[in-house]
Ligand binder design. Sequence first.
Ligand code: ZN
Length: 224
Amino acid sequence: MYEIVKTEYADGKYGGSDYGSSIRIVMRSLTHVMFVGYGVNIIERKYDYRVTSNIKICDKIGNIIDHKETIIDIFGEQSIDLLLNLKRGFGTILVDGGGDKLPSPSHVRKKLVMEEYESVTPTKVGLVPINKTCRFCGEALKPVLSSYSFDYNQIKDNPCFTSEDCQKFTNQLVYSIHGVDIRYKGMWDRISFFQYWDGETFHDDYFCSDKCAMNYGRKVVRDV
Ligand SMILES: [Zn+2]
């Protein structure tokens, strides 16, 4: 009936706090969630209703001082002992399995979305090998690229998924392909634009950057 798991955190909006913050879940059941966020609070899931606000769970000698009856009523008699034994800041008590988790903090959700995006997006850069290198540092020279963007309707109705698909739109070499904006959920696996290269034009024919050109110049002067 009771199980203590690794501390859970949820979106700070339940604590009425700023965007991007999080709350620590102390205990959750099928019907209620107790969390720390500007004091300890209990909300009723069904109505998003705050049963208690900013209570203190226990005093210095370990007695429950606020809303003991309410806590027992909601989470059961044994929950009091578990609460008192919960190490400060660690662990979340699940009552009867705990029900659904509250939504994760926004930074955690964002990270998951980015990981999902990276796993399905076709974005790839550097599809054409570059054989010319910087005379100073040996890095590949930077090609002069042009871009081709697809419009929304094409991405939706007649999409490109691979560099081969894009190659039909140019006589030059497809150098990179880029996925669609992650806000367009079901369309992540489609290409929204690609870059192409004539295979011979570089921003600079000898150096990868102005810095390398300058350093090369200094070296030549020094060596003379
Ligand atoms: Zn360089």
